[in-house]
Design a binder for this molecule. Sequence first.
Ligand code: ASP
Length: 416
Amino acid sequence: MKPAKKLSLPVWIFIGMLAGILAGLCFLKNPDFTTNYLKPIGTIYINLLKFLVVPVVLFSITDGVISLKDLKRVGSVGIKTFVYYMITTAVAVVIGLALASAFKGLFPPLPSAELAELEYAAKEAPSMMQVIVDIFPDNILAPMVSANMLPVIVIAIFVGAGILAAGKKGEKIGEIVNCMNEVVMKIMMMIIKITPIGVFCLMANVVAVNGPEIVGTLALVIGVAYLAYIIHVAVVYGSSIKFLSGMSPIAFFKGLAPAMICAFTTTSSNATLPLNIECCNNMGAEPEISSFVLPLGATINMDGTAIYQAVATIFIAACYNIDLTLADMAMVVLTATLASVGTAGVSGAGMIMLAMVLTSIGIPVEGIAIIAGVDKLFDMGRTTLNITGDATCAIWISKLERAKKARMEARANAKA
Ligand code: ASP
């Protein structure tokens, strides 16, 4: 008898998701069960992923900087990555705004009495300048303890650059960082193995709690957001992969599927980072590039979040019967791009930063309460986009670096 073929991890993750949806539907009438018993197991899985985030980002970016070998290369890869991230995010906001404006007529203004009752205890969103200032830490430990990723990235880049600049004396530390990176990656692989169980538990709870009724009137705005997500994936990521990276988009999405499913269910770019690195490397990204570009992207590149913020802004404005001017829209492009940079790669963070966008154009922040109940559904799609955008960048920059290396080798051979 032929031995039964072992199913691969991505297949198990997919089975976990389908089984989770089915279980969620079974518990529609009794979501307490999923909340009390399945969600905690999902939370354990997310906690395990999260506790690794600071070491993954710290060691992989430092190691990534060191493996780029010279400071000039760090600068050139960093600038290309940053420009790619900012441009794709701004395009995402424009797609979100255009689509939501097209459907605006279908968003009903809510009766003001109902609005007055809405209470959303918005955490105070930081101002734009504050977001920029907060990127630079005044203390080396505090950002790591609070898992504040932007300053952790700055620390990692400085440590890596310091090791490179120290030359011979920095080499030993560089080796230690490289070994630590290896150890952290091994721990990560252990945790990744339990993804199907985590996905099952989280999915079951989301379906049971956000049953069809809750989605109700919000189905339309969720649909608009998802339409914008799909357009962005097909047009922006599809063209980037095909034309910039010269890869088949189908092969790319197939290769990235495990990470996309993980993002969809965990709603955290940070938690998906290990799997994203793994998928990109399997698709031929250069490990030293993906270990620099992806952690950076998980923290500053949030195209899905930007689309969500644009759609949600138009929707909430419509609920309050406010018409946005062109200047308001331009402001939304700017603030949503910046807000997505400042958004942490954790579940629900995009909704908090939405307050910054709404405030910038004078829309009542309380409006967030209208969509807060279904934020999870928006978050599932936006996180999937967030990590996909990072992956397209890692594949592209890897291709550029390979071409550059080939050019340099050819030049060296010609000289010899
Ligand atoms: N959950 C998203 C992420 O981790 C951030 C957000 O809430 O928009 O990528």
